[in-house]
Design a protein around this ligand. Structure first.
Ligand code: SLL
Length: 248
């Protein structure tokens, strides 16, 4: 149990931590289906919760409970340490409930997410992907926000990793200043990690462009409306108001 001081909240502070959750599905090659899986299973898949670019998130995430479809034996799977993932085989898509449990120092209640397991390719090249038997990835970037965390948890969230490698200076082994924990995401993309500042900025540019397009469309629509109203007024002037719309 956290002590009374451990329950003191750091006022006015919100700390967020990014992570990814989702699924990866690999269709079986009918010629090389694993022998140990039921004949109607068509895919191997994984559901996971992980840090961006493989970053350790176990300093705030204690365990993850994945609730699979009832057709699975022991469908509630609890993963107590990283990697927080479940690997299974199956034939159908379904919603997976993901419950995040935080480290005890956090004094936080668990939080629930949902993920739609995707086995079949989707998007513009779905057919091609299916033919090439490509891996189907469906994942989301998410941020968890700890509002006014309790002090010990704030320390954990922002402090260094206890196992930070020792650095060398003047020939002596000295402890490296604790590598500080932050919510930073990598600046550039790398294979397997699409979540970076570069992608974020591209997305922001795309949104700004889309906003401009929509604003331009609204302007044009307004101009059209003004034109139409002008025409209507002129018609009313020249033709008079139709009988059935005349005010009594
Ligand atoms: C569907 N509503 O009809 C979904 C249900 C169930 C998925 C999908 C196999 C489990 C097993 C499996 O893939 N279940 O029998 O081992 O598409």
């Amino acid at each position: 149990m956290p002590s009374a001081t451990g329950n003191k909240r750091v006022r006015g502070v919100s700390v967020f931590r990014p992570f990814i959750f989702g699924s990866v599905a690999h269709p079986f090659d009918p010629e090389q289906k694993p022998e140990d899986c039921p004949p109607d299973h068509t895919h191997r898949w994984q559901i996971f919760v992980r840090g961006i670019n493989g970053e350790d998130i176990s300093y705030w995430l204690k365990k993850v409970q994945f609730k699979l479809h009832e057709t699975y034996a022991q469908n509630v799977r609890t993963i107590e340490q990283p990697p927080f993932e479940v690997s299974e085989t199956g034939w159908g898509e379904f919603e997976i409930q993901i419950k995040l449990y935080f480290v005890p120092e956090s004094n936080e209640k668990p939080q629930t997410l949902w993920h739609s397991l995707k086995l079949h390719p989707y998007g513009p090249d779905a057919e091609g992907m299916k033919e090439r038997r490509e891996t189907v990835i469906s994942q989301n970037y998410e941020e968890i926000i700890f509002n006014e965390p309790v002090e010990p948890f704030y320390e954990i969230l922002t402090g260094g990793s206890p196992g930070a490698p020792a650095g060398k200076s003047k020939g002596k082994n000295t402890r490296q200043p604790a590598q500080s924990r932050t919510a930073n995401i990598p600046s550039g993309d790398s294979p397997g990690n699409p979540y970076s500042r570069v992608t974020e900025n591209k997305e922001l540019d795309r949104l700004a462009e889309a906003t401009q397009t929509v604003e331009q469309m609204i302007r044009e629509e307004k101009e059209r409306l003004i034109e139409k109203e002008k025409l209507l007024a002129e018609l009313r002037e020249s033709e008079g108001v139709p009988a059935n719309t005349k005010k009594r």
